[in-house]
Every structure is written in structure tokens, then in C-alpha cells.
Ligand binder design. Sequence first.
Ligand SMILES: NC(=O)c1ccc[n+]([C@@H]2O[C@H](COP(=O)([O-])OP(=O)(O)OC[C@H]3O[C@@H](n4cnc5c(N)ncnc54)[C@H](O)[C@@H]3O)[C@@H](O)[C@H]2O)c1
Ligand SMILES: [Zn+2]
Ligand SMILES: [Zn+2]
Length: 380
Amino acid sequence: MPKQMTAAVLEAPTASNVAEGKSTPQFTLSDNVEIIDPRAGEVRVRVKHCGICHSDLSVADGVFPVDQPIILGHEAAGIVDAVGLGITHLAPGDPVVLTPAAPCGDCYYCQRDEHSLCVDSLSLMTHALPSGDTGLSRDGSPVLRGVGVAAFAEYAITTAHGAVKIPADVPLEVACVIGCAMQTGAGAVFNIARLEPGATALIMGLGGVGLAAVQGAVIAGASSVIVSDPIAGRRELARSFGATHLLDPEHDDVLTSVREITGGIGVDYAFETAGVGALLQLGHDAIRNGGALVCVGAPPLDAQFNIDPVALFVTSQKRILGCLLGGSNSPHEIPRLIGLWRTGRLQLEQMITARRPLSDIGAAFDDLRQGVGVRTVLNL
Ligand SMILES: NC(=O)c1ccc[n+]([C@@H]2O[C@H](COP(=O)([O-])OP(=O)(O)OC[C@H]3O[C@@H](n4cnc5c(N)ncnc54)[C@H](O)[C@@H]3O)[C@@H](O)[C@H]2O)c1
Ligand SMILES: [Zn+2]
Ligand SMILES: [Zn+2]
């Protein structure tokens, strides 16, 4: 039987709220959202915890325009509630981390181990399951399944590899941050940059994603991890994770500092993890010839940056690398990250600075908007 559940439904982006004099996104706590039973190849999960990522905020604030009503939330962990036909690797009661870009396992890209290019990741844009519908409705009308999971809700529905089983002793309340922040930030280092021991890195933006990239760079053996963020507390957290040089972009000239630190050469890898278009240019300038700029942040749709195509082949040979969810193959990446956490090399607990009930979602979004703490996790 379909289930009736409570969910935080975004009814309109903040831009329109501002016009009406409201400060927070217009979420309605609806107790009459219906979620279907899982069909063949689908899994329904009782969501327990869901972190808030800047990508949710960008949708809520209308930076990335989407239709409404929509349920956001894509950094979640929970317990399998029901499985559809053909699902043999998961059973009701299994603890799982949900993943926003579930690989199908079969397509051209999955066959090439390029899972973040999987055809099913298109469902991130359509706000539906790969089958074409969302599996969610209210009063008979569809509700969109936002950012590939729709986990600001008691239940979420996903595909076979969209829920990855984790060992029973991993606390769900910390495992949730693996779903987006860790897969994206650490994955950007491991899978996209493939940073080698001794390399130098610049990480611009120290939210959940950037701090995960810092941790990934330290684990991968970077010799210098230069970080930049205007928020002092986040810089200090980065230091505790192993960052070697802390820059405040409001007071330091980041490019000059990077050149000084690297003996005038530039870093091997720069990671844009703030979602600020101008930082793409800065990162491109800050890498050495032959270095790579990894574009992790999601800047506004009109962001642009300039590259000199002649320099690309004459002198610089710089590389610009796109990055969706850290290029992660989630069924492989999530257990790997848990292994690193278990051995004390990846810090998950320290990434979570507040916990709130779902009913506090508006205030939790305000925290992220104002850079208060790092990750706020909503309990469901
Ligand atoms: N590629 C992906 O698959 C993917 C996945 C998750 C998130 N994202 C994107 O990554 C970005 C970061 O997400 P988050 O949740 O960590 O966000 P966040 O808001 O928690 O952190 C962003 C950080 O950038 C800092 N910042 C702002 N301007 C800066 C500047 N000029 N120089 C240096 N730092 C600056 C802010 O102070 C903040 O600490 C967002 O754009 C988000 O949409 C992309
Ligand atoms: Zn995210
Ligand atoms: Zn695929």
C-alpha cells in the first residue's frame, strides 16, 4: 500500500517569498504526502537523518529555478522499509546511505566506470525517478522528487543503487553526511583529480563539500593543502583536518599567497568548492602549468570564466575538470569512505555542527545561508 507521510514541501522559492516579506524559504510541513510502494528495481527507505547541502539552498533560493511543489534533501541515511521485485541485495531493516546520483549499473557510462555520467543521473534534472514519474503526490497531484532523493521526508523512494547498505554499527546520524558532502568533496580529490602523494592543493570554500575535499587531500597525501574561506571557524576546522595554509579571501591576496607558498609555480590542483563563479578564474590562475582546476561548486547559471585557448596548447596545458558527486560510484565509494572513517582517517562527526527536527527546516536553511556551523542535520 502507498504510505502517507510527513514531508517538508517547498511551495515556492525564496525569491518570491522575499517579495511577500518572508525571509526563509516557504516550506510547508505536509502530513499528507503519498509515496508509492516500490516497483520493480525500486527501494523505499524510512529516512532517519538528512543533512542540508548548499545545492538544496540554491534550489530553495531560486538560484537554480525548478518547478514546485518539490521535496528537497539529498544527504540522507535511513532504514530500508520495502523493496520491489528484483532487489536482492537489500532487505527491509537494512541500514543504508542514500545517494543523489544513483548509477544504473548498465548503461554505456556505467560500463566504462564513469558512474557520475550515468544516464540515470539525468533524473537529478527531471526531479523524477528514471521511470519518469516521481512516486510522490499530494491530494492527487504530483510532488517533485528534488536533487535525486527527496529526503526531507519520512520516506524516500530510489533505485537499486540509490540506497547503499552500510554496516549496522555505523551510526546513521553521522553516516548521512557521506551521501553528498563526503562523496562529493573526497571524491573530487580521489576520483576526479586523482591527487597523487606529495601534490599541492588549493581548496576554495570550506562548507561541508570543501572540508570533505580537505580531508580527501590529506588522506591522499598532499604536501600542501592551502584553504581559503572568509569564515574563521571553518578555516580552523580545516586546520584540524590537516590544512597547511589558511587564507582569508577578504584580507589575503589568494593568488599571490599561492604563488609564494609554491615557489612561484602554482598548485597542482585547485578545487572550487564555494559555488562562486569568480573563483573558477582564480583557481585557473592559481594552478601550475599542466595542473588541474576541479569545478565542484555549483555557481549561478550565468557564471562564466575566460580561458586563453592558445595558452592551453602553447604553454599552460592546464586542465579543467567537471565534477558531479565527486565522480563517485556510490556502491563502491560509500563503503570505502566508511572504511576510512572506521580507521580514524575521515572525520564525519566533526562535520555536523547542529541537529534539528524537520519542523525547524526554515531556521536550518537560514543557518546555512549565514554560514553558521558547517552541516545541520535534520532528524526525521
Ligand atoms: N558538484 C557536485 O556534485 C556538488 C555536490 C554538492 C554540492 N555542490 C556545490 O558545492 C558548493 C559548496 O556546497 P556546500 O554545501 O559545502 O556549501 P556551503 O555554503 O556550506 O559552503 C560554501 C563555502 O564557500 C565559502 N565562500 C564564499 N565565498 C568565498 C570566496 N570568495 N572564497 C572562498 N570561499 C568562499 C563560504 O564562506 C562557505 O564556507 C555549492 O555550490 C553546492 O551547490 C556541488
Ligand atoms: Zn549536495
Ligand atoms: Zn548507468
